[in-house]
Design a binder for this molecule. Structure first.
Ligand code: URA
Length: 413
């Protein structure tokens, strides 16, 4: 099929055959579809949206745009994907926990963009940690340690790399069919058989409204199941940060605390809910998953012996200006503060500062007195004033607690 015919039917909002969708994706790979043509295709898909069968066809075509990994026989292969949030370090804990529970976890993760953090950035704050091991080395690591967390290779769903960049440039990212194709193509190409989705909702999430988050979860679960994946989703709160730590090294520190059976209750609860295993809570509490995490880090070149925090950062403490109750800790404001300090990046090629971040001394509902510490800001002067302004607008102390979401908002699948 010729791209002109495909674009004409897309422009007029007519249904696309599986063949037309495959031809578009193949054309991206062989260069016969130009960037302007691909941008037009995305804009038409965004405006007219795609049906369920078109979304399934898109996901399938993107999955097969590159290598599809196959693992040797063994324990079930399981993975999790979060749509991203502030303080979301769940993968660092859940992946080794699942390995401890007997699953194999070949986790292919992403980097942070904007105010949301990325699992790979957090792990790379551990000196030496490598996210670019080749497939043969990852095979060995999976057999030996039961878990790896690494980055996407150039050959895994390469169509997504092209489309995701173009979507950023054409303001077509927040489209349920396009997000579904993007996320699931990578997961299907990574060869897992079971996938748990953590779809965030609230100010710090991609999908601010719960009904949008549920619709995204439903589409992803349906398309994943149609592709043969055992898939379910939790819709979870991102109106406030998850846990107490926001940044990179500081989030690894908090993850290690939870892996050792300590750390904040909301983070522990979410990890256990996503693990969806009768022994998850007791294994997490026992601290056994920490040793699995340490083995994974060492296998990927990281050192567990070097302190992660402290080098060259200064701490500034923000205190409550009045007595009262913590009414709200807005995830978006806190995420922006971390970003302004240098913990996040604007463009994928930007460098980040692993050492800066924020530590929340309080949570929503805590009773505080004037002068009591609310937040510790780890900084290197860059962006400090704007970050302080974001924190001041995001943490409010008042008479009552604002309405906020339950940690687990809904379940799909
Ligand atoms: N994460 C992805 O990998 N793709 C999207 O489209 C959105 C979030």
């Amino acid at each position: 099929m010729h791209i002109d015919d495909i674009l004409l039917t897309m422009r007029d909002g007519k249904p696309q055959s599986d063949e037309a969708i495959r031809a578009f994706i193949d054309g991206l790979g062989d260069g016969s579809v130009s960037r302007p043509q691909a941008a037009a295709w995305l804009a038409f898909a965004y405006v007219h949206t795609l049906s369920a069968s078109e979304t399934t066809a898109l996901t399938r075509a993107m999955t097969h745009s590159g290598d599809v990994l196959h693992w040797v026989d063994g324990p079930p292969l399981t993975d999790k994907h979060s749509t991203g949030g502030v303080g979301d370090k769940v993968s660092l804990i859940l992946a080794p926990l699942w390995a401890e529970l007997g699953f194999r976890v070949p986790m292919i993760s992403g980097r942070g963009l904007g105010h949301t953090g990325g699992t790979l950035d957090k792990l790379e704050s551990i000196p030496g940690y490598r996210c670019d091991r080749d497939v043969a080395a990852l095979q060995d690591q999976l057999a030996d340690v039961g878990v790896f967390i690494t980055g996407q290779t150039g050959q895994l769903a390469p169509a997504d790399q092209v489309l995701y960049g173009l979507r950023n440039e054409t303001c077509t990212v927040p489209s349920i069919p396009l997000i579904t194709g993007s996320i699931l193509s990578k997961k299907l190409a990574s060869g897992v058989s079971r996938l748990v989705l953590d779809v965030k909702t609230g100010s710090g999430a991609f999908m601010k409204q719960t009904d949008q988050a549920v619709a995204l979860a439903r589409t992803m679960v349906d398309v994943a199941k149609a592709a043969g994946l055992d898939c379910s989703a939790l819709i979870t709160a991102m109106d406030r940060p998850l846990g107490r730590a926001i940044g990179n090294a500081i989030e690894v520190e908090e993850s290690i605390a939870v892996l050792k059976g300590e750390g904040p209750a909301d983070l522990q609860t979410l990890v256990v809910e996503l693990a969806n295993h009768p022994q998850a809570a007791s294994v997490l509490a026992s601290g056994a998953a920490y040793e699995r995490f340490a083995r994974m880090v060492r296998a990927q070149g990281g050192s567990m012996d070097v302190p992660l925090l402290g080098s060259g950062v200064t701490e500034q403490v923000l205190v409550a200006e009045r007595d009262g109750v913590v009414s709200c800790i807005d995830a978006l404001d806190i995420g922006k503060a971390g970003f302004l300090l240098g913990a996040g990046r604007r463009r994928s090629e930007d460098a980040i500062d692993f050492g800066v971040g924020l530590w929340l001394d309080v949570e929503v509902g805590d009773v505080v007195v004037a002068g009591q510490p609310l937040v510790r800001i780890l900084h290197r002067d860059t962006g400090l004033d704007e970050a302080v302004a974001c924190v001041r607008s995001g943490i409010r102390v008042g008479e009552t607690v604002d309405e906020h979401l339950p940690l687990i908002v809904d379940r799909v699948g």
